[in-house]
Write a protein that binds this ligand. Structure first.
Ligand SMILES: Cc1cc2nc3c(=O)[nH]c(=O)nc-3n(C[C@H](O)[C@H](O)[C@H](O)COP(=O)(O)OP(=O)(O)OC[C@H]3O[C@@H](n4cnc5c(N)ncnc54)[C@H](O)[C@@H]3O)c2cc1C
Length: 311
């Protein structure tokens, strides 16, 4: 079946592109390799978002549910569990090759965020052996943390926010190797109001245990200490996995991100981009900027497909 537009990725950018395309009555299909909602559901479902206009605070999972419901109510088709591997051309149309078959469209919006994330490893003894047995890279849902001892490792927004969430139900220690955090001031302030035990200038040396995690050994001020733990969450960033983008015929920067102009056009006519995956001068990776770029990308796709007299 031929669609006017295929949007690749159902995070905030892809879903907003779908909403705008449907407001122009374009037949629109949004594909996602995982579940719709993007990083909001895969990386931080319980976190509160405080900077999405119109919501003083909204839980990430709730905001993603609203975005999905909005896109569906506008008539977007959303296919989950459908990973795009190729974007080929056949005459006038694009052939989007997924792991479960091909779809065709007149234009494409690439909104794959940072791809499918690979969490950055700490690289200490015990990490790999105890992975999935108390060592993880994403904070489990809150009800799985109740009365546990959690050691969070990291010093950015994500580590601090996850530590604060864990702290509401679990005994939580935050370990960071530097002498200050690299998180936003407002997040550092929230941390200072929590009961998280903060260990700065502390270097993890090993994660220990038998069938499950039992402790983390750290070095602080020349001393070696053991911190008892049931769960160790390593939150030191994610390595984007954008390998397959190389084969989509798009002009990429040295980090593998898609270059776009101010109309969100890529180097390939008929292919537009928005959200975390795109790069331009002054790019700021936030939900609201992803949504703004998506509105432009969908409008540009509309002009490309429908060629209105005013464009
Ligand atoms: C811990 C953390 C906290 C954050 N907090 C905030 C905050 O408070 N406020 C804020 O504004 N921003 C925040 N951000 C940033 C925000 O999450 C991103 O800027 C936003 O999610 C980008 O949206 P996106 O749609 O471009 O990408 P994503 O949300 O990454 O969505 C991309 C989607 O594409 C899919 N995909 C990837 N590859 C393929 C493929 N080959 N085929 C099909 N589908 C594919 C993925 O499964 C994913 O669902 C935070 C980020 C992190 C990591």
């Amino acid at each position: 079946m031929m669609h006017d537009l295929i949007v690749i990725g159902a995070g905030p950018a892809g879903l907003t592109a779908g909403i705008y395309a449907r407001s122009r009555k374009m037949k629109t299909l949004v594909l996602d390799a995982a579940a719709a909602g993007g990083q909001l559901v895969s990386l931080y479902p319980d976190k509160g978002i405080h900077n999405y206009p119109g919501f003083a605070e909204v839980q990430a999972k709730k905001l993603s549910e609203r975005l999905v419901a909005h896109a569906e109510s506008m008539g977007c088709e959303i296919a989950e569990g459908c990973r795009v591997l190729r974007v080929d051309r056949d005459g006038d149309c694009f052939v989007v090759g997924c792991d479960d078959g091909e779809r065709r469209s007149k234009a494409v919006v690439v909104a794959i965020g940072m791809g499918l994330f690979k969490p950055r490893r700490l690289g200490v003894p015990g990490e790999e052996e105890l992975s999935g047995r108390g060592v993880g890279y994403v904070l489990p849902e809150k009800d799985k943390l109740v009365d546990k001892r959690v050691v969070m490792i990291g010093g950015g927004n994500s580590a601090l926010e996850m530590a604060i969430i864990a702290d509401s139900v679990a005994d939580t220690v935050l370990v960071h190797r530097r002498d200050c955090y690299r998180a936003d001031e407002s997040v550092v302030e929230s941390l200072s109001k929590s009961t998280v035990r903060c260990m700065l200038e502390t270097v993890p040396l090993s994660i220990n245990g038998g069938s499950r995690v039992e402790s983390v050994t750290v070095e602080k001020g020349g001393e070696t200490l053991d911190i008892p733990a049931d769960l160790v969450v390593i939150n030191i960033g994610n390595t984007p996995d954008l390998e397959h983008l190389k084969d989509w015929g798009l002009d990429l920067d040295e980090n593998g991100l898609v270059k776009v102009d101010s109309d969100m056009r890529t180097s390939r006519p008929g292919v537009f981009g928005c959200g975390d995956v795109v790069i331009y001068k002054g790019k700021y990776r936030q939900i609201v900027t992803a949504c703004g770029e998506a509105a432009t990308a969908a409008n540009s796709a509309y002009k490309f497909v429908k060629k209105p007299y005013w464009a």
